[in-house]
Design a protein around this ligand. Structure first.
Ligand code: UT7
Length: 347
């Protein structure tokens, strides 16, 4: 490393979230599908999820979350916008430039990151790399997904799990080790699991012609196999980050994993040795929101005063690809959070 160039870290400067108003309860799903509130709650911990209004696409959710994060950071300007999503507005172009333009950020570098439910942590790592390289000074990182648009109308398994939403953070250039500095990234993938979570049609292997429209255009997940991989990789990746930073699991104050399934999160916390009361989860209210789940959980917890300055926070995510990622930060002193975007209900 060149000693003349001071090391730069990506430091958390603001955060925000947005979920659609429309609540779909378990009972509403059970009224038209062969499922029940009891099955969904006991297997997943989910009580309801949000569904985007018909006129809203992923960019509309992303713009609202991005605006909230910029406002919270106290500075509406950034030079780079990263959008983690697997439900872009269109296959081409990327959705991030449109989001940037609608946030008054025309001219900013803007691109999408597709690492499914690990996408937000991948985007944080990309932003940290751009900042460290001097290629960016302030980055808006958004995770947004509208799974309701890609799940088949009769797919009781995935309709029960997934919801729509967007979460965002602002990262600024700062010094390694200062409060809010992202550190100890671990990223990984295993393409041999590519068929476990997939939308088969619509890409270059099966273009979205009329012949493949229909079921092949819908999202699929082999839940039981994914469950096993999720526990393994979330645990392993989180442990790698903790080891890299020399932090003991018991010293983690807040564990913010991708909100996949409450049973998965409890198992991972248990295997890691992170006390269960440190787990941050809003799964019961909004389900699994894909790339949005980690920033939404963070924004939700921050808005409810559940993240205090100085606390050690562990982020870890896993999803299709298969792909996973983790990192750590010490929670910084931030301006008071804007009004909570979620009202707390009983788990
Ligand atoms: O975000 C990316 C990462 N995603 C994840 O990590 C998700 C990982 N997987 C899971 O969370 C769980 O595997 C699910 C929640 C998807 C499923 O729970 P499970 O306990 O693994 O259930 P299962 O798939 O083994 O299915 C058990 C039974 C099956 O019936 P049979 O074959 O035993 O008769 C399913 O057909 O439950 C049935 N089932 C349902 N029943 C009522 C599946 N979905 C439903 C449903 N309502 N919604």
């Amino acid at each position: 490393m060149n000693p003349d160039i001071p090391a730069r870290a990506a430091v958390l400067a603001g955060l925000g979230g947005w979920v659609p108003d429309r609540v779909v309860t378990n009972d509403e799903l059970a009224a038209r599908l062969d499922t029940s509130d009891h099955w969904i709650r006991t297997r997943t911990g989910i009580g309801s999820r949000r569904v985007a209004a018909p006129e809203d696409a992923t960019s509309d959710l992303a713009v609202r979350a991005g605006a909230a994060a910029l406002e919270h950071s106290g500075d509406p300007g950034v030079d780079t916008v990263l959008l983690a999503t697997v439900t872009p507005d269109h296959p081409c172009p990327a959705t991030a430039p449109d989001v940037a333009g609608r946030l008054g950020l025309t001219g900013a570098a803007a691109f999408d990151i597709g690492a499914v439910c690990a996408g937000f942590v991948y985007a944080l790592a990309t932003a940290a790399g751009l900042i460290a390289a001097g290629a960016a000074d302030r980055v808006l990182v958004i995770g947004a997904d509208t799974y309701s648009r890609i799940i088949g109308p009769d797919d009781r398994g995935n309709l029960a799990i997934f919801g729509d939403g967007a979460g965002a953070v602002v990262l600024r250039a700062g010094e390694p080790g200062e409060p809010g500095a992202l550190t100890a990234f671990d990223l990984g993938s295993d393409g041999s699991g590519r068929d476990l979570i997939t939308v088969p049609a619509g890409g270059s292997r099966h273009p979205a012609t009329a012949a493949v429209a229909g079921a092949d255009g819908h999202f699929t997940m082999r839940g039981r196999e994914v469950y096993r991989h999720a526990v393994t990789h979330l645990t392993r990746s989180a442990r790698t980050s903790l080891d890299a930073a020399g932090v003991a699991p018991a010293a983690v104050d807040r564990f913010v994993p991708h909100q996949a399934n409450l049973r998965i999160l409890a198992s991972v916390a248990d295997e890691l040795g992170v006390p269960p009361d440190r787990l941050v989860s809003n799964l019961h209210e909004i389900g699994n929101t894909g790339a949005a789940s980690v920033p939404l959980a963070l924004a939700d917890a921050a808005a409810h005063g559940e993240l205090a300055a100085g606390e050690t926070v562990l982020l870890t995510a896993f999803g299709g690809g298969l792909a996973w990622g983790s990192c750590l930060l010490r929670w910084p002193e931030l301006p008071p959070s804007p009004r909570p975007y979620l009202r707390r209900s009983t788990p």
